[in-house]
Design a protein. Sequence first.
Length: 618
Amino acid sequence: MRSFPFHDAGSPDLRSPARFLWWLARAERATLLAGVVYGSVWTACQALTPFVLGRAVDQGIVAGDFARLTLWVAVLVGLTLLQSGSATLRHRTAVSSWMQAAYRSAQLVGHKVTRSGDALPQKFSTGEVVSTSASDAMRIGEIYDVCARLAGSVVGYLLVTYLVFLSSWQLGLVVLLGVPLCGAMLLFVIRPLQRRQKAQREAAGKMTALGADTVAGLRVLRGIGGEHIFVDRYRQRSRETQLAGNKVAYSLADLDAVQVLVVGAFGVAFTWIGALQAVSGRIEPGQLVALYGYAVFLVSPIRTAADAVSRFIRAHVGARRIIDVLSTPSAVHDAGTTVPGPSSPSALVDTVTGVVAVPGTLSAVVSADPAQSAALARRLGRFEDAVLREAQVRWGGAALHLVPLREVRRRIVVSDAEPQLFSGTLREELDPAGRHSDAEIMAALDVASAADVFDGLENGLDDEVTEKGRGFSGGQRQRLTLARAVLTDAEVLVLIEPTSAVDAHTEQRIATALRRKRGTAGNTTVVVTASPLLLGSMDTVTFLEDGTVSARGTHRELLDTVPAYRRVVIRGEGMDGHAGSRAAADRPHGAHATGQANATAGVEPAGDTRASMGEGAR
């Protein structure tokens, strides 16, 4: 029993589709070789059956020799049993070859997705990548499925040619030259099929990409009433894919028709010549019976050859698409020369902005331009090495982009603003590596104030999470993501707007619990946020203007001394900034975004604006 995924999918040859397919073949050469052996035995048994039947007729029935007849009948029964067993083994190895090639290709694409950073999404849409893994990988597997039959067909063709030569050299030449000629005639139909299949693959990829993007934004589309526009676009793409598929079907129908015509004409000509030789007495009646059997058998090699060419075309198209994905340069990778990371917790210093993340502290970053703080978080998490080569981040005494990537991912964790959840149990979602006990998982959930998530779960941590966590509200997904980040126990934890979808009371609990969990020696926590409640719990707050550090201090100090900071945090440029900032700092249940204006004016907000816009809209 073979298990998937592979422990190591290997390093593919991406120089051309043919080289990639050959690399896959070498990776599973043992299975392919076994399939070729079983396929050869299977077709050899089929090819020998007419020969044995002819001998039984000539030496047993015509000659009236019961002993010889019994002998050839016994041989025929043995061939039948051997053919049955080899056919079963051939099918098993063919399916195994198909699965190995398909899953190895899909695994390579999956690994590329996890290691490419933002390079892949910038070049391909989500739907295109999904189509490459789900569709193209399966098409690649088909060529290895047919390999055993193709090899067996070649062996059977050569064996029949030899047996026919034993009866008649004229008929032997007909088989030797006629079968390859029939196969070559099919190429005139196969070439248009290749072009049309490529066009269909591109149309299907575009349709899948549009469908994936539409589903991802369906909630927003419904909110603005724009779903009908994307439905019409999807319908148009679907129609284009259908028309491309119709053209492929036309070529396949032509191929089938030509196969019937060519194979039928060959069979008629071959049988007619054999009948003439039997009438003239140059061959025995049993040999004529064998010739009929050979004519029927030779249909299979021709059809198998045409099927193999068609499948190779599809595999070639699919391999090209997979190569396009796999050859996309990753945004992050280990450089040729790496340096070890610091042996003890050390400061992270961003040379572009001047931001310093000190070990053992909770620090926040506030920016007048959210894009600048987001870019800072990406640099601290090493999401793009090309950026870091020009704008280095120093980690202790080492340049971050020269530290081995595995070490960076283990010690530095970035929790994005858009939570991503996958299908599986809640326990697997929060602790993918399975390194923590249930008590530790619950403690992390307590830090994220996510205990209410269990209210609707029957099986607790063993409850199944639907795709993208659609069964949870936006606030619940965000808190689960925060718990997952806390559970990593990362030396450096970068949180991007971790409480933007929760109410003020929950945010206050998270701020307190986060300080209790992460405010210890050895832990470095950086929070990118503009929430006064979180900012008030930080040891230091760094304010960015025009991409560089403008001020640094506590939340209260910056509110009192930096008007620009005050405007960003409380969103209240038209009010008395100093008095408003003091009210915002002192109010325990204040809200940020638009709710902050009410708090600044001294009016208790009816509820967290973010919660009403986020949780309620969901």
